[in-house]
Each structure stands twice: as structure tokens, then as C-alpha cells.
Design a protein around this ligand. Sequence first.
Ligand SMILES: [Zn+2]
Length: 294
Amino acid sequence: MKRNFKFCLLAGAAAVFSLTACSDDRIEESAQPNDKTETAKIEQPGDLQKQCSYVDQNWSSTAVLKTTLNATADTNFMNGQMTNLINFWGGTSLTFRFVYDASNPNSTYNAISYSNGKIYYGYAIYYDAKAKGGDIVNAMILAHEYGHQLQYRYNLPSVSESTARPNELEADGFAGYYLRRPNGYNKTDFSQIAAAYEFAQSIGDYQTTSPGHHGTPPQRRSAVRLGFLLGQYSLSASDFDYNFFYYYQGVLNGTYKMGKNSRNPEIDAYMSQYMDELRKIQSGEISAEEFKKL
Ligand SMILES: [Zn+2]
């Protein structure tokens, strides 16, 4: 059984789709060879990908993949960030696409990182993030999604729990780390990173029925702060993971390992200055507003 849809792209070109009965097996075809709509199907997230807090639903059956946003400057910014993230972490190229849906725009309020080397980024989340918080919010969301790529590639996180919490907190940490590093986003002012994070979390977190599943908001703030602090040092993804979880108990409950940081002992002296601060972030003694002034 096939159904055909017509809709207009913003550029004015019409595209015709054929749709199979199963939305997971959909193939769209572009009527205009020069438009930017891809002819590949949109892969729906599996259970693993759905755990990311930016995901609250499957892509709509009317959504299409595109290689561009509306404006060239926006496309260049995001592609530039994607390239920079890959170079920063020493990765290989991946499939990065935008998801557009003319008939159900809100359905693209989503960003998904797939274990087979794809990142799909919705138009709706991109433009809302940009309008409300500027480029840095999209840079942070993309850095978080790329953090999941690092987890897939290096079999991280090294800590497992019964929920996705360590995966999500570490992805937040990867984002905080990338945003600070000179060859990353190069934002040494934590207040801007904190403000971007507050917004990224507010638009992304729909998991209201399972609080704590991805870490509480104070724990996630603490994870971003920890990632930012580790940005004082140049670390591989695997060293980042080691150190992130070395100090992870501080993110969760303000306690710290008393043993030696055997991998990067030089970090201990620096981090010891911030242990009380991390504890106060996760306990709520440092409020969301105060967090932005750190
Ligand atoms: Zn995530």
C-alpha cells in the first residue's frame, strides 16, 4: 500500500513522496533534482537513542532529511561545528542531516545521535534554540549529541547504571568540555555556557514522568560544570571518561574518591578547589541563577 503526499518546500519547489505502510521503512523521493531534500529514508531512533533527553518521539512520517537549513549562514555554522567536533575528538566523518517537516513542524523539535554514525537535527529545535539563546545553544546540543557518538565509538561510559543517567550526564560533560577548550568552542566564560545549558535543558527535557532518569537538573548542571572544569586540560575521550567518572560521585552526591587519580594525578590539585562547589551545585545550595554566575 502506498500513499502519496505533496508539500511545498520553503524554496517553493514541490516534492512528491511515496510512503509505505510502515513508517520505519519510508522512502521519499524528490521531484526536484536541485532541491536539498535527500532521497534517503529517515531512520527512527531505537531504544538506546530514545534515552537521550532531546528525544521525546519518533520522527513524523511526513518529515524529510535535508542537507541545509533555511539560511546559508545557519547551515555553515552547524556544518562548521560538526566538522570542528569531529576534528576536535579525532573522529571520522559521519552523516549529519537536518530534519524538516512542512506539515508538522513541531515534530522536528528533536535531535538524535545514532549508533551507526548518524546525527539528525530537527529544524524546530534549531530555530527555537537560536531565537531564544543564540548559536551557543545549538553548539551545546550538537556537542552533547556528538558525545553520544564518542560513547558508541569507545564503548563508553565506563560506568553503567540501570538507567541512561551516566550516558546523559557524561554527554552533558562532553559538551561543557568542548565549549571551553581553545580548539573547541573556545568559551572560557562559564556564565555563557551555564546560560546556554539552562536553555538547552529547558527545551530538551520532556521526561517529566520519569524524574531522575537522566539525572536531576542539579546533577546535570553539576555534570556540565565538571566537564567545563576538566576543560582546563587536554584529554582524549577515554581520559575524559576516566576523569569524569573519577569525580562523578561529586556530581551525584558531593562525595569524592579518596584514592589517587592514577591516570591524570595533576588534575587532582586543580579539581580539589572545586569539590565543594560541585557539591553545592548538585545539592541546590547553588541555585540555577547562581550557577550562571560561576
Ligand atoms: Zn543525550
